[in-house]
Design a protein around this ligand. Structure first.
Ligand SMILES: Nc1ncnc2c1ncn2[C@@H]1O[C@H](COP(=O)(O)OP(=O)(O)OP(=O)(O)O)[C@@H](O)[C@H]1O
Length: 322
């Protein structure tokens, strides 16, 4: 792998509800190289957002990091839960990222000024350049708008510009293009790709849309019930999935070349985190589950695992497949 810009190891996050506690992330480990994009897919509730927020050090109330480390740019491993330097995030909800009381140009220019330690006068054109780079038409005019005066698409692009204003080495993106139309989505993906090439930016890109992930990700991590169940080069994971869950997920994508595209869905629902049973969490929905899938074992990182290295059907790791 190229220079590693982010390494996450053994991340565990617990949430509390009515006096009970559940691990919604369980021993998550992955790495991102410079210019690399790690795409994260999985059903709703699998822990994609919580994973990014835990790495960013901005978990919602009620969620807490219980274990794990984060290292940036080959530096020392730090306990997860603090905002690591050089890491920025684009949230699903772009409203939350912007200050509703400030014109977007003022807010963005202020971020640029503080980060680059330049004068207000110098920050203004730099801000306009950023707005232009994310495809905002007529930046000088738009810069005077307040967040609520912008369409969802323009606001989302402003949020991306804001994240890029800090010149991050790693950008965590939580469904940043989901609300945008296909053309705009493609533009944003191209912009992120360009940033990767220009500045070596490493990306972690969460999406429920495998088509988008296939377009942007070099590596795909598939999450199920708080664990990564399969991770590897995207062509392999999407093209020839090994884990029964990944297979079901890929099979659920409609065949868009078919005259009448049809969605298949995965029967059943993911387990409630407060009810996680020992062993494989996909077992109850798995078409090939058998004896032994409910026996807990320990993975290399010490976490209970039936889903990863010891799934009877798969051995799922980064790197070339034999
Ligand atoms: N603030 C919170 N308090 C308690 N539980 C939470 C909190 N936020 C998330 N959870 C729980 O953590 C688990 C993972 O949620 P998360 O939002 O990370 O899933 P996701 O994969 O990002 O889903 P989606 O695709 O719908 O955004 C879920 O079971 C969710 O109910």
């Amino acid at each position: 792998m190229a220079t590693e810009v982010l390494k996450v190891e053994g991340l565990r996050v617990d949430v509390q509800s009515r006096g009970r506690s559940a691990s919604v992330l369980d021993g998550l480990s992955f790495a991102v190289g410079a210019r690399q994009c790690v795409g994260v897919v999985g059903e709703s509730g699998s822990g994609k957002s919580i994973a990014l927020r835990a790495v960013m050090g901005s978990l919602p109330a009620g969620a807490e990091v219980r274990a794990g480390t984060v290292a940036v740019h080959g530096g020392a491993r730090q306990p997860a839960g603090e905002h690591p330097p050089g890491v920025a995030m684009v949230f699903q909800d772009s409203f939350a990222a912007l200050d509703p009381t400030m014109r977007i140009g003022t807010y963005l220019a202020e971020t640029v000024r503080r980060h680059r330690r330049i004068s207000r006068r110098a920050a203004w054109p730099a801000m306009l350049e950023l707005l232009g780079a994310v495809g905002i038409p007529d930046p000088a005019h738009r810069a005077r708008a307040y967040p609520h005066e912008l369409s969802g698409g323009l606001r989302q692009r402003t949020a991306i510009a804001l994240a890029l204003a800090t010149d991050p080495e790693v950008l965590l993106c939580d469904e940043p293009t989901t609300a945008l139309d296909v053309t705009l989505q493609a533009k944003i993906l191209m912009l992120l790709r360009r940033k990767q090439q220009e500045s070596g930016l490493g990306l972690v890109f969460v999406s429920h849309d495998i088509a988008v992930i296939r377009q942007i990700a070099d590596v795909v991590a598939v999450m199920y019930a708080g664990r990564i169940v399969e991770i590897g080069p995207s062509a392999d994971v999407i093209g020839s999935p090994r884990h029964p869950y990944t297979r079901a997920l890929v099979a659920a994508v409609p065949d868009l070349d078919h005259p009448e595209p049809r969605f298949a869905s995965i029967a059943g629902a993911p387990p409630d985190p407060f009810e996680y049973a020992p062993g494989c969490r996909f077992m109850s929905r798995c078409s090939v589950a058998g004896d032994g899938c409910s026996t807990p074992t320990r993975g290399l990182d010490g976490t209970e695992s039936k889903h990863r290295s010891d799934c009877v059907h798969d051995t799922i790791t980064l790197g070339p497949r034999r």
